[in-house]
Design a protein around this ligand. Structure first.
Ligand SMILES: NC(=O)c1ccc[n+]([C@@H]2O[C@H](COP(=O)([O-])OP(=O)(O)OC[C@H]3O[C@@H](n4cnc5c(N)ncnc54)[C@H](O)[C@@H]3O)[C@@H](O)[C@H]2O)c1
Length: 363
């Protein structure tokens, strides 16, 4: 017998009433082409211009997706009055210089994760938007992944009671060739990938007290310089422990990407569909048990959204709502994202110094 939830799960992105802000892309590489643009097309967001250092790429993207203007410089894109929001999707070491110009032009912006590999630079990016009085959000979109957002709704409703144990465990064969520039970065897995899981854990449970992280390389990872297998534990003041464990070189065993959030009165378990076949993915699955539903009852609602592209609607929609209502982006302000970067930086310090690091040590 299939059992239904006694309420409707709130897990899809919410749109504001004004959704026609003009979006101009700075950087039109992989993620814009296979995630941002398909997401924005689904909800008719207004893509008006693009620019990329590689002008041919920008022109090709504009032609393919009927974006009216492909510019030869960022200055030209910023001078276009139709551009209200700059959607930045460049490698992180390029981001600060782009943000300086966007803020000076008085345009709102969606930044990419990580804000920067350098924490001081990340703080500067956040300050620049404040000084310019423009809205700035981060495209840290796992918060809108269906399984995570559904879990947030369930936890808020008290379905699992007090959370005591959280785990995100991923063991897959990652297509690193999609990001050739990542081969050279010194900090790879936590900075560019586990950052999503760390941010999702923070979204669900807030900031930890302690961070402990262990990092390793895979014997056959060749020219890829950084760590590719990591285990990170986030300890909370109330006894909650969160584990993020990731292996990107599972070439032989059955891949898995799972989440488990266990509490004093129930549990939520599920799979992260995107990681089974990146970037096409499949929908997440979720299974809920709770004292509220009775012993032995498992409820398995169907989640019919994909991380890519659907979650990418959420990050941009949140920025648009902040502009419309003159407020801070609710779930993806860059100010809040600095705390995700604090955990990331604490993880690197923990691994380098073989010790647990307090969250507030990173300032
Ligand atoms: N949010 C996510 O889930 C997610 C997923 C993948 C990548 N990313 C991030 O998105 C960014 C881009 O990643 P990608 O996979 O699209 O990489 P990519 O290499 O496919 O594309 C990057 C593009 O940026 C252009 N570029 C570089 N410097 C520029 C500059 N100063 N001005 C304008 N264009 C410039 C390049 O020519 C290239 O076309 C990175 O910061 C990455 O970390 C985020």
């Amino acid at each position: 017998m299939s059992v239904q939830l006694p309420f409707e799960l709130d897990y899809k992105p919410h749109l504001g009433t004004k959704t026609d802000y003009g979006i101009g892309f700075c950087g039109t590489g992989g993620i814009v082409q296979y995630a941002h643009i398909p997401a924005y097309k689904r909800v008719n967001f207004n893509m008006v211009a693009c620019y990329d250092l590689n002008v041919a790429t920008a022109k090709q993207v504009a032609a393919q997706h009927f974006i009216p203007n492909a510019y030869g410089s960022l200055d030209e894109l910023l001078a276009d009055p139709a551009v209200d929001i700059v959607d930045i999707a460049v490698p992180p070491w390029e981001q600060l210089a782009v943000v300086e110009k966007v803020a000076a032009a008085g345009k709102h912006m969606l930044c990419q994760k990580p804000l920067s590999q350098d924490f001081n630079e990340a703080k500067r990016i956040v300050e620049l938007a404040k000084e310019a009085g423009v809205k700035q959000a981060i495209n840290q979109q796992m918060r809108w992944d269906a399984g995570i957002r559904a879990s947030k709704d369930l936890i808020n409703r008290g379905i699992i009671g007090q959370p005591t144990d959280a785990q995100i465990q991923v063991s897959v064969l990652t297509p690193w060739h999609m990001w050739p520039w990542l081969a050279a970065v010194p900090g790879l897995e936590v900075m560019f990938h586990s950052i999503h899981y760390i941010d999702a854990i923070r979204y669900l449970f807030g900031n930890p007290e302690w961070v402990t992280s262990r990092h390793a390389r895979y014997a056959k990872q060749g020219i890829v310089k950084g760590e590719t297998k990591t285990v990170t534990v986030m300890d909370y003041a109330d006894g909650l422990q969160a584990l993020v464990s990731v292996n990107h070189y599972n070439a032989y065993a059955e891949p898995f990407a799972t989440f488990r959030f266990i509490g004093t009165e129930g549990a939520i378990t599920g799979t992260i569909g995107l990681m089974y076949n990146y970037p096409a993915g499949r929908p997440d699955t979720i299974e809920i048990t709770s004292e509220q539903f009775g012993a032995g009852v498992k409820i398995t609602p169907t989640l019919d959204e994909l991380w890519i592209p659907d979650a990418f609607v959420g990050t941009m929609a949140s920025l648009m709502i902040a502009i419309e209502t003159d407020s801070t982006p609710q779930d993806n302000s860059t100010d809040d994202n600095l705390n995700t970067l604090r955990v990331v930086n604490a993880a690197y310090r923990s691994a380098a110094e073989n010790r647990s690091v307090r969250f507030d040590e990173i300032q």
